[in-house]
Design a protein around this ligand. Structure first.
Ligand code: FMN
Length: 180
């Protein structure tokens, strides 16, 4: 049976928004009804069967609006399956899991979310230009490290977890006798 899924994200430069959109298209392809929204545009999560929440990572922190979203909707999120991801590492550390900030660790525990998934991110030249004081440290990191196959695989794992077991999907009718 199709589930209604919310994918809520927080971004500064857009990389996380595109990751959220790709997760959404995979879940839609698996037959689910999906809304992809920036966290600030979500008023309630009660209409959804499951929620995926993602944030960009800056200075080892999640976007404040995403932390606010988790805090604000904590009770509702606790009552439904929740998956978390962050888009962060770039450059040489792009394949390493990014540790969760302490405030997110606490909220993830309260919500009983699945283990957080780390996706490598993207650093755009514009972001570097806007931070002239850090230009020298950042310039060599300008790249798009987003790993689309990894993102699609994780999305399909969520789609599979949302599917009811086969027997339930087929109903509880009597078995059809062999040969009929
Ligand atoms: C000033 C600055 C600080 C960053 N700090 C971190 C960090 O602490 N950890 C990390 O994994 N990535 C860090 N990044 C990389 C971003 O998280 C990455 O580029 C991300 O994909 C951006 O997402 P967005 O385009 O959705 O905002 C930083 C990037 C910039 C420009």
């Amino acid at each position: 049976m199709s589930k209604k899924v919310l994918i809520a994200y927080g971004t500064k430069m857009g990389a996380t928004a595109t990751i959220a959109a790709v997760i959404g298209s995979e879940l839609r392809a698996a037959g689910h009804q999906v809304d992809v929204r920036e966290v600030g545009a979500v008023l309630a999560v009660s209409e959804y069967d499951a929620v995926v929440v993602g944030s960009a990572v800056y200075q080892s922190r999640w976007r404040p609006e995403v932390v606010h979203f988790l805090r604000h909707h904590e009770r509702q999120l606790r009552n439904r399956p929740v998956w978390l991801f962050h888009s962060g590492p770039i450059g040489p550390s792009k394949n390493q899991d990014q540790p969760l900030p302490p405030d997110v660790v606490r909220l993830a525990r309260l919500i009983q979310a699945a283990p957080v998934k780390t996706f490598a991110g993207e650093l755009q030249a514009d972001a570097v230009t806007a931070r002239l004081s850090h230009r020298a440290e950042l310039e060599h990191l300008i790249s798009d490290s987003r790993d689309w196959p990894k993102i699609r695989t994780w999305s399909r794992e969520i789609a599979t977890a949302l599917q009811p077991p086969r027997a339930e999907a087929a109903g509880n009718g009597p078995p059809v006798a062999a040969g009929k």
